[in-house]
Design a protein around this ligand. Structure first.
Ligand code: CDP
Ligand code: CDP
Length: 215
């Protein structure tokens, strides 16, 4: 069973994906971390995010730990959204994500293009959204709780810029798969969002089984 969770920055897709993975006993991959790791690598060797060549060179992730707290910073997120527009960068990260999605027993992946590009065959696709103001408040609370500086106005501007870049790029833009279930969490706290996601996923799985075994 493969579950794809896509959505814009700070929509809650990561937390929801982790909860679905726990609920269904599946491994989970946060694919945004891969793009963030390329961004941090590029930043550390002083590369230019405007250069596709340098960004592609930064795709060798052997010297980056996916537990590095710096991966979560807004500057790294912002560089990640720039370098993720390069087709060569996306291509370099493709196998790792597809292999994860294709492992025996299944998996949960979250990102921007899981339901459309990485795992178009996924059994359940969720597209998680929330208004930009709500997402910015969540992101500020999250950054402050990690001891990182954050200002609401700056985060709103950054999220809007990131949404625009992620949605307008030519290769694998952020877009809802035609068969995705839309989940707007603007009015939900995280517990309500998780239980809504679990209910929707279970219903989609039941409906698929019913379709395979009509009475
Ligand atoms: O946590 P947040 O939603 O802010 O970002 P993320 O999921 O960690 O992703 C960081 C950046 O990587 C995004 O702005 C996207 O541009 C890019 N990304 C992508 O292009 N495709 C994915 N499957 C995941 C992330
Ligand atoms: O992965 P993504 O960037 O979409 O978001 P996340 O890291 O799952 O969530 C960002 C922050 O918002 C986390 O601290 C969540 O606990 C919080 N959140 C929330 O307060 N209410 C929601 N309905 C969803 C997320």
């Amino acid at each position: 069973m493969v579950i794809a969770v896509d959505g814009p920055a700070a929509s809650g897709k990561g937390t929801i994906a982790k909860a679905l993975a726990r609920h269904f006993g599946l491994p989970h991959m946060d694919t945004g971390l891969l793009y963030r790791a390329v961004a941090l690598n590029l930043f550390r060797f002083g590369g230019d995010p405007a250069s596709e060549f340098e960004a592609t060179r930064a795709c060798d992730l052997t010297s980056i730990s996916l537990d590095d707290p710096e991966l979560r910073s807004e500057i790294v997120g912002s560089i990640a959204s720039r370098i993720s527009a390069y087709p060569a960068v996306r291509e370099r990260l493709l196998d790792r994500q597809r292999n994860f999605a294709g492992q025996a027993g299944g998996a949960v992946l979250d990102g921007r293009d899981i339901g459309t590009v990485i795992a178009p065959q996924a059994d359940v696709k969720l597209f998680v959204t929330a208004s930009v103001e709500v997402r910015a408040r969540r992101r500020v609370a999250e950054l402050l709780s990690r001891g990182m500086p954050a200002h609401l106005e700056d985060v709103v501007i950054d999220l809007k810029a990131r949404d625009a870049r992620d949605s307008s790029r030519v290769t694998a833009p952020l877009e809802e798969a035609v068969d995705a279930i839309h989940l707007d969490t603007s009015e939900m706290d995280i517990d309500a969002a998780i239980s809504a996601a679990i209910d929707l996923a279970e219903k989609r799985l039941r409906d698929s089984v019913d379709k395979l075994n009509p009475v």
